[in-house]
Design a protein. Sequence first.
Length: 353
Amino acid sequence: MLLFETVREMGHEQVLFCHGKNPDIRAIIAIHSTTLGPAMGATRLFPYMNEEAALEDALRLSRGMTYKAACANIPAGGGKAVIIANPENKTDDLLRAYGRFVDSLNGRFITGQDVNITPDDVRTISQETNHVVGVFEKSGGPAPITAWGVFLGIKAAVKFRWQNENLQGMKVAVQGLGNVGKNLCRHLHEQGVKLYVSDVNSTKAKEIKNLFGATVVEPEEIYSLDVDIFSPCALGGTLNSHTIPFLQAPIIAGAANNQLGIEQLHSQMLTKKGILYTPDYVINAGGLINVYNEMIGYEEEKAFQQVQNIYDTLLAIFDIAKQQEITTNDAAKQLAEERINNGKYSKVKAIAA
């Protein structure tokens, strides 16, 4: 990877490599944009194969957060942090050391909970910095509201594709049954959807089967099912050159971040197959909306009202893609960048005044 060229092409403002010996810590904080506000993005702790993989994850996720905030009309920018470590080696000393790195940015970056970071871990990090959200989980955590946003996104996709919002009798394949996937399955079950589910954790799959009458399939089988909607809710990169040829679902709408292995290539592959793809950073914005509202003073009604906008934003993106004959991924970027540029213009205008 050509580091500076890659960062410049992706538009990042700042990338920090955080390291120390006591405790041994390796972390990357990527700040993509602070145009609309402080860069918000959760922290992920993961035993990456190598440092390049960790950097790529941080860069892509932080850019996605910028677009997510812009599409959600949240006055925030995008950032992301990854800690390169095995979860078994996570200690309070490591988390507090990381918190000191976050604090050194003086509020340019505000972080929270992601993969392998628990609410207790967030509270440990907060001992060293105030620039963290989700310390008290005033709303009960981001999973329920994220799942609700994904459910609304599925309804928007169905509306655009078939001019009908009724999900009764539809078949949906859900990949990944963590907190978001489980909540999504509940919403879909309540609408009379036939569920097909998979997870690398067989216990989670069995729970969804018992709760909602879902059909459990092996992880490698989930892609080729003859279903109406495929909903990726696990880790990213699952839509790639290997899996896309197997897909039969005419709609993809799920909660996972970075669903496309290679954005340009694989969004085009989906379009050529006639698959309507709901851009991940638009449909899963509920989590960001949730923590932003916690930061400014949580009001449940206001937060859920903002999540409701995901439905309308996706319909607008689908229309742009159709009218301009571009991918929905490109249409979402176009909408986000337009809002970011409008924010830049408004700032310049305010300074000049």
